[in-house]
Design a protein around this ligand. Structure first.
Ligand code: GLU
Ligand code: ZN
Length: 298
């Protein structure tokens, strides 16, 4: 067991209510929860409801209910990103006024040839912000950080990403902006989440630097994948987490994270499984891979 004296640990789980909780999100919730509680840290809950058109009705309540029935308890009030629009607007205006962000009117079709790397077409166009996306200028620099599981990760923002969207053309705020503002506002010290977000982290490091925020520690857990190689829950409907499966699925999630719960825990309550996980948590045992096929898990 690793014991790090860190009274200032603040972690979080930040689900998107585009669907119900599935096994992959359970693994992410469990990892962030255990990593926080193992050092006596706080664990906060944030609903990332930035995109109402893609929200599934009832998903927010279903996610919270599932987490509760699996024995999770979070600290403080739930934060909803839909309540934070004023904070996002304030920073977006500040970035625009400093010439760090600009309006982009490129259509999806126009950008097709560039394979997701924005070539800066609107950088100096001086478009108005109505009916336009807002993009953040990126420097021609490589950003890197040391992930606690994945090791060193590097990405050149200019070459590999390009100026990225912080407010969409339909007026919705982008994940990259909201996540950085909220993690700083909530005082998050440690971000534990799926490895599908590893390649978003350098953008977030750049935003933190621009806004003068300190850099949290990062731990990206392997993404649980379906037989077709996609993220669980993305293209096919993985089953919702039912209450009667709480103990076996928590045990399976612990094993996916490289932990070794004993056979006697098969008869434990979800809360007892979590308590075992807190006492025995060893982040060094998490598999050092980007993906884990669900079919290979016991
Ligand atoms: N809301 C994101 C998701 O559900 C997680 C964001 C994060 O942890 O930074 O995939
Ligand atoms: Zn453009």
């Amino acid at each position: 067991m690793t014991t790090i004296a860190s009274p200032a640990y603040i972690g979080r789980f930040a689900p998107t209510p585009s669907g119900h909780l599935h096994f992959g999100s359970l693994v992410a919730a469990l990892a962030s929860y255990l990593d926080a509680r193992a050092v006596g840290g706080r664990w906060l809950m944030r609903m990332e409801d930035l995109d109402p058109p893609r929200e599934e009705p009832g998903a927010q309540a279903a996610i919270l209910k599932a987490l509760e029935s699996y024995g999770f308890e979070w600290d403080g009030e739930l934060v909803r990103q839909s309540d934070r629009h004023d904070a996002y607007a304030e920073v977006l205006n500040r970035l625009s006024n400093h010439g760090l962000a600009y309006a982009c009117t490129c259509s999806r079709k126009q950008l097709e040839p560039y394979h997701g790397i924005y070539p800066g077409l609107c950088r100096n166009a001086g478009h108005g912000t109505e009916d336009a996306a807002i993009r953040l200028r990126v420097p021609e620099l490589e950003y890197h950080f040391i992930d606690r599981v994945q090791g060193e990760y590097r990405q050149h923002l200019g070459r590999d990403v390009g100026d990225f969207v912080i407010r969409r053309r339909d007026g919705l705020y982008a994940y990259q902006l909201a996540v950085v503002l909220d993690d700083a506002w909530q005082g998050i010290s440690d971000i534990v989440r799926g490895a599908d977000l590893l390649d978003s982290t350098p953008r977030q490091l750049y935003l933190q630097e621009l806004l003068g925020f300190s850099q949290p520690r990062y731990l990206h857990i392997p993404l649980i994948t379906q037989p077709d190689g996609n993220k669980l829950g993305k293209s096919y409907r993985s089953p919702p987490l039912t209450e009667d499966q709480a103990t076996p699925l928590l045990l399976r999630a612990l094993r996916a994270l490289g932990q070794n719960p004993g056979a006697e825990l098969a008869y434990a309550t979800p809360r007892e499984v979590l308590n075992w996980g807190i006492v025995h948590w060893d982040a060094l045992k998490i598999p050092r891979t980007l993906t884990l096929p669900e079919a290979q898990l016991q």
